[in-house]
Design a protein around this ligand. Structure first.
Ligand code: CU
Ligand code: CU
Length: 461
């Protein structure tokens, strides 16, 4: 009895002592992976304009990008852990689209600060960069798939408060483009059906297929190279690998406390990031790729050239930088849309969309009732409510946009398809009732292409 108690007491004591040692040692070694509270109070002003423009996304391929600051990806933003970002978004949409911001590096209420900003409007908020790393920012207006596919994303680098060893740094943002089969007026559009089916036409680093094949990124032999890589998606991961090299370290999401050693390939999910450190001993060309080879061939490859005569690495990197050169060159002052006049494919310059009445006038019964309807992503259906009487109805459907649309009424078995920048006519026999009509092309209904058809019974005479 006494012996058993003694044994139990010893066991309990040992558990307490060992447990306490483990607790105190883990507590003592807990790495600082974030900054608490209000940070350092240092304020960095970041202004972005959202607008649509045209960009070459592959050799000779012009595409109607939706952008932050006029480029896809948007500018590289670089701040320090603990900084307060005073952020302003101005929506200069030329397509009448709402846009928004979502910083993956921020802790801030979605229902307050990540909401759509209407064309012509400006919104501001402050946030503290508490976590160091490589983060995505993007537009979150539905359908998010379209806003991201069309170019509304970028990278924000939050440097840790304890400075990293000096290195030659580049920022790479990986993404996919889903271009229509044919251009309109020489410019390709985003194809919502391909976006939904994940059949990309290009998979790229920094907004253009094979961007760094002809103009490689450079470094010297054995120099510390630091690559901040963000996968903007919208859907495909980046299996980042440098052919002929290994990574000394990979830091998932770029947080310096997440150290992995001696890596060959590291998968970055859409909406994620990572920081890679490597030293390459020998001069030569080292392709960086996604090691998912169906996508490598769609443009997800560039050259890292190791050259003893490479120019020295910069001492520091700009707060707001051009994404195309990997974040090396500053972008002048405020990022704004005051550059070249944005080109809206398929639409004459200076064209303004005239708002149509939201409700059509009722048409007398007994004759074919003609209704003119305009279909667009930008403005939905106009009118969005159509009133007719029972009997034959003819819809004249006009599409002012550079993408196909349709008008579908499931309840009446109606589908009127209309090509890009075209008109189409459809007739059907309207039965009394209230019906939903919508565009059946994936993503379009979600974008607001939905309306109501009200058919009243024919009056007896
Ligand atoms: Cu947007
Ligand atoms: Cu997101």
């Amino acid at each position: 009895m006494g012996k058993k108690l003694f044994t139990l007491a010893v066991v309990v004591l040992v558990v307490l002592i060992v447990g306490g040692m483990i607790w105190s040692s883990t507590k003592g070694a807990a790495p600082e992976f974030r900054t608490e509270g209000d940070g350092t109070g240092n304020v960095v002003k970041v202004d972005l304009d959202a607008f649509e423009t045209v960009q070459e996304i592959a050799d000779g391929v012009k595409y109607n990008v939706w952008t932050f600051g006029g480029t896809a990806p948007g500018p590289v933003i670089r701040v320090k852990e603990g900084d307060t970002i005073h952020f302003t978004l101005t929506n200069k949409s030329t397509l009448g689209l709402s846009h928004s911001i979502d910083f993956h590096a921020a802790q801030t209420p979605w229902d307050k600060n990540y909401q759509p900003v209407a064309p012509g409007e400006t919104a501001s908020f402050d946030w503290v960069a508490r976590f160091p790393g490589a983060f995505m920012y993007h537009c979150g207006v539905p359908p998010v798939l379209q806003h991201i596919s069309n170019g509304m994303y970028g990278a924000i680098i939050v440097e840790p408060k304890d400075a990293l060893p000096a290195a030659r740094e580049y920022v790479l943002t990986a993404s996919e483009f889903y271009a229509t089969d044919k251009p309109v007026n020489g410019v390709f559009q985003g194809d919502p059906a391909k976006m939904a089916a994940v059949t990309p036409t290009y998979v790229v680093f920094n907004g253009e297929a094979n961007r760094y094949m002809a103009t490689p990124l450079v470094a010297k032999p054995d120099e510390l190279i630091r690559l901040w890589v963000v996968d903007a998606g919208p859907t495909i991961e980046t299996d980042f690998h440098v052919i002929g090299a290994l990574f000394d370290h990979v830091y998932p999401d770029g947080n310096p406390t997440n150290q992995l050693n001696g890596m060959q390939t590291y998968a970055i999910p859409p909406g994620g990031g990572a920081m890679f450190e490597l030293r390459i001993p020998d001069e030569g060309s080292y392709p960086f790729v996604t090691h998912a080879f169906a996508y490598t061939g769609l443009g997800s490859v560039g050259i890292l050239k190791i050259d003893a005569n490479a120019a020295a690495a910069p001492d520091s990197y700009p707060t707001i930088a051009d994404p195309f050169d990997g974040g090396l060159a500053p972008v002048d002052g405020t990022i704004s849309g005051d550059g070249p006049e944005p080109v809206i494919p398929g639409m004459p310059a200076g064209h303004e969309m005239t708002p149509s009445p939201t409700t059509s006038s009722p048409v007398p019964a007994g004759q074919t009732q003609e209704v003119d309807v305009t279909a667009s992503i930008a403005n939905g259906f106009s009118p969005a409510t159509i009133k007719v009487s029972e009997g034959p109805v003819q819809i004249n459907l006009t599409n002012p946009e550079a993408m196909a649309h349709d008008l579908t009424i499931d309840g009446l078995g109606v589908k009127i398809s209309v090509g890009a920048n075209a008109s189409a006519t459809g007739t059907f026999d309207a039965k009394p009732g209230t019906y939903e009509f919508y565009c059946s092309i994936p993503g379009h209904k979600e974008a607001g292409m939905v309306g109501k058809l009200i058919v009243s019974p024919a009056m007896a005479h």
